[in-house]
Design a binder for this molecule. Structure first.
Ligand code: BGC
Length: 806
């Protein structure tokens, strides 16, 4: 008996020892591979000074003399050339990958920035500093608090990209970008990982909220405005995810099978506009493959197209841990591996040793990385103050959010008049959603709910409706707990919805003047959305809309539905019920105030849809080839993938829409498909109402050399001042090839036009932009003949047409 007990204790002890050992070993492995492997490369910040011709310089390499690269009077090219000549091969290889994930998860060295998700490593021997990179498209994402410090480091949550695109206002987006850049500058971040410019190929891509539109011209122009705004501060951008990253399901391995024509006309086109209009400092390659090759390993995409054809001058970095073969990546023109691992470092050394990675390619990538470093404020010896003007930026986000909200329906109910007591219905009215989840999220100090927004404007919030919500919240408190820390990255916050009894509704209706029902949706990185209970409303939501509108209408009172969503939902089956529908999107931290500004008429809505709202999801041509059973990425899954990178599925077992996705619809994405097939939609591309009306007059179209010049007058014929988005589409008549019925080729937004006043607007369209991609010639080709030049309020509300012949 005693022997057995001893044996039992021995075995248990051994097991505990083994568990601790394997736990310890795993931790050691993770730490040495992904977190802290940069020993011996600590950033140097104390330099002695050199003075020459009345200027002061840092003696970065401590050699007592002024080197060309230390002298800011020289060109960046000359300085980079000089420093490159002083670097050892080891130092060059070292700089090709980042320092790992440590600062991204809050483990920082002195002077580090907690939450900065990537770095360019320093070269201490030559006094080259660490460069910090951080997300993302809706505002800067760093940790808001730091151990042992009382000071907070909150950033402004600006509206999601889809909302910004709905403003169709490049100047406004520039202003938002400028504010984001200023925050980065204040917090010591050198490059913002955004904007994101993938096409909305299908409504259910989980990251659509980070992207602008289903149309490449709108995506490209919006993206360029954002880049120009951010970079006007001397802060870089990383335009992502290049290219065809249109689903989250199996994003690390998914192979996009696509025609060259669709690639050039739809998926590359937006990036081309951005590169040509704003020359971003960096581009981020995507995780996926295109026709069998990882984008980060594609010489055709990263060198032939991006650099040689478009003239991109910056560096390309990988998406986080993206791609497989480091030598293939650097050789293809993917210069920087982010966030960098010890494994990659070793693999680079090995590849260079074996000649798989040439010195020319190492020098090319290093030169591009050094060029970025020399452009940063860090190299201009600036010290950041950690004090961005958050108050001013809150004002900017408030106004920009209102301008991108789209009024979908208004049966004489908005703007408010004679309203005092407002019944707020639906949990989202009280728990407004500022933005999506994942790396596109921001750590903001607060989010203004609709309840707060309306209260701030002096309205009374119906007490019975509010009490009903409070009681519901207490009863379902678990679902109201917001995911925190790393967990929050892959877990959208979705509190449970309310069910109203007939009695409750009766009490609410009889004590209020109007009802506002907010419907919310939240999605993000790592998962695509579902059709059931997400694109389609839940049964409970249908019941709410039906019962609420019936109860209010019985008492002759109106109901407004506010959509606080990040992507398209079904609207056709219920839109006849409420009196007004405001698509508020996810408007950032001032969302509730921004919605209130529209509801009260302080601002006249002027947003227009950057995508189509279909009747059925299956109406989209891409629907046949989009994941139907998406699996959400988890934190554990991510860690597992890092330690054991997933292998290719053998060919015979490859699963459609997971291992590969065939873009069978080709160029027929969004309205290009709906128009070609003459399909009814719930709301068309470019659609949005205003509180006033505009007349389109005096269209003039002419051709001069290689350009089409278009001008017309926009007259405000309503009673309140407003802005109008004017859209220009072209249509090839009697085309010999298959091509979309019409395509957006230009747009402009008027200033605020007073009632009875008029604004003349004009745009230019380069004739070559009417070309299609000719797969035989492997180049753009212009079809000769007649084209309709159409001007409209939306893609399906064309007001004037003129013909031109080339
Ligand atoms: C995302 C990128 C992001 C990066 C760093 C990746 O998972 O796809 O968009 O910039 O993480 O957070």
């Amino acid at each position: 008996m005693k022997k057995k007990r001893i044996l039992f204790f021995k075995i248990t002890g051994l097991l505990i020892f083994l568990i601790l050992l394997s736990g310890g070993l795993s931790f050691w492995y993770v730490n040495k591979t992904f977190l802290t492997f940069e020993n011996g490369y600590d950033e140097q910040t104390n330099f002695s000074e050199l003075t020459k011709d009345g200027y002061t310089f840092f003696d970065r390499n401590n050699n007592g003399k002024l080197d060309v690269y230390e002298d800011h009077r020289h060109s960046i090219k000359g300085r980079v050339h000089d420093v490159l000549s002083q670097m050892t091969l080891e130092e060059k290889i070292h700089i090709l990958k980042g320092a790992g994930m440590a600062s991204g998860i809050g483990i920082t060295k002195p002077g580090g920035i907690s939450g900065a998700v990537g770095t360019i490593v320093p070269t201490p021997r030559l006094g080259i500093p660490t460069i910090y990179l951080s997300d993302g498209p809706a505002g800067l994402r760093i940790e808001p608090t730091r151990k042992g410090e009382n000071k907070t480091f909150y950033c402004t949550a600006f509206p999601i990209a889809t909302l910004l695109a709905s403003s169709w206002n490049e100047a406004l987006i520039y202003e938002v970008g400028n504010a984001m850049g200023k925050e980065a500058e204040a917090y010591g971040i050198d490059v913002i990982l955004g904007p994101a410019a993938n096409i909305h190929r299908h409504p259910l891509c989980g990251r659509n909220f980070e992207y602008f539109s289903e149309d490449p011209l709108l995506s490209g122009y919006m993206g360029a405005a954002m880049v120009n705004g951010i970079q006007s501060n001397g802060i870089g951008t990383s335009v992502k995810h290049f290219v065809a990253n249109n689903q989250e399901t199996n994003r690390l391995l998914n192979d996009v099978i696509i025609s060259d024509r669709a690639m050039h006309e739809i998926y590359l086109k937006g990036f081309e506009h951005i590169v040509k209009r704003s020359q971003p400092w960096t581009i981020m390659s995507s995780y996926n493959k295109v026709n069998g090759t990882y984008t980060s390993e594609s010489n055709n995409l990263l060198t032939n197209i991006l650099r040689d054809k478009w003239g991109f001058k910056g560096l390309v970095m990988t998406d986080w841990f993206g791609g497989k073969n480091v030598a293939a990546q650097i050789s293809a023109g993917n210069d920087l591996l982010e966030p960098g691992t010890n494994r990659q470092w070793k693999a680079l050394i090995k590849a260079a040793g074996k000649g798989e990675l040439s010195l020319d390619h190492i020098n090319r990538a290093t030169t591009r990385i050094l060029t970025l470093i020399f452009k940063t404020k860090k190299m201009q010896n600036y010290s950041y103050n950690n004090s961005p003007d958050l108050k001013k930026h809150a004002e900017i986000t408030r106004n920009s959010a209102s301008e991108g909200m789209v009024l979908l329906k208004n049966d004489d109910v908005l703007p408010f008049s004679d309203i005092n007591n407002i019944a707020l219905l639906g949990v989202t009215s009280y728990e407004f959603i500022a933005g999506g989840t994942g790396s596109g999220d921001v750590n903001e100090a607060y989010t203004i709910s609709l309840e707060e927004g309306l209260s701030n404007a002096g309205f009374k919030i119906n007490n019975i409706a509010k009490q009903t919500f409070e009681t519901h919240k207490i009863a379902t408190i678990e679902s109201f707990k917001k995911p925190e820390g790393l967990e929050s990255i892959f877990t959208p916050f979705t509190p449970s919805e309310m069910k109203y009894t007939t009695e409750q509704l009766h009490d609410i209706v009889t004590t209020s003047d109007i009802g506002i029902l907010t419907l919310g949706r939240n999605a993000g990185e790592g998962g695509d959305r579902l059709e059931i209970d997400d694109f389609l409303l839940t049964e409970l939501e249908h019941e709410m809309i039906y019962n609420i509108t019936e109860a209010f209408h019985k008492e002759n009172k109106k109901v407004i539905v506010v959509l606080n969503i990040g992507g398209v939902i079904e609207t056709a089956s219920w839109k006849n019920l409420p009196d007004a529908i405001l698509l508020a999107w996810q408007g950032g931290q001032e969302g509730g105030n921004s919605v209130t500004d529209i509801l009260t008429g302080k601002l006249n809505p002027s947003g227009k849809l950057p995508m189509t709202f279909p009747i059925y999801l299956s109406d989209h041509a891409s629907h046949d080839n989009f994941p139907k059973n998406p699996k959400m990425f988890t934190l554990e899954g991510m860690v597992k993938n890092l330690i054991f990178p997933p292998n290719e599925t053998p060919k015979a077992r490859k699963v459609k829409d997971e291992d590969y996705t065939i873009y069978e619809e080709g160029i027929y994405v969004g309205y290009r498909h709906f128009d070609k097939k003459n399909l009814d939609v719930s709301y068309p591309f470019g659609y949005g109402l205003s509180y006033t009306k505009f007349d389109y007059e005096m269209l003039e179209v002419s051709q001069k050399n290689d350009t089409i010049n278009i001008s017309l007058n926009i007259k405000n014929v309503g009673k309140v001042s407003g802005k109008e988005v004017v859209q220009f589409y072209t249509e090839k008549l009697n085309s010999k090839i298959h091509r979309p019925t019409q395509e957006l080729k230009a747009f402009t937004k008027t200033k605020l036009i007073e009632p009875e006043a008029m604004e003349s607007v004009s745009v230019k369209i380069p004739i070559k932009e009417l070309s299609y991609w000719d797969e035989k010639k492997n180049d753009w080709a212009l079809e000769k003949g007649s084209y309709n030049i159409k001007v409209g309020r939306s893609s399906r509300d064309i007001r004037q047409i003129e013909q031109l012949k080339f």
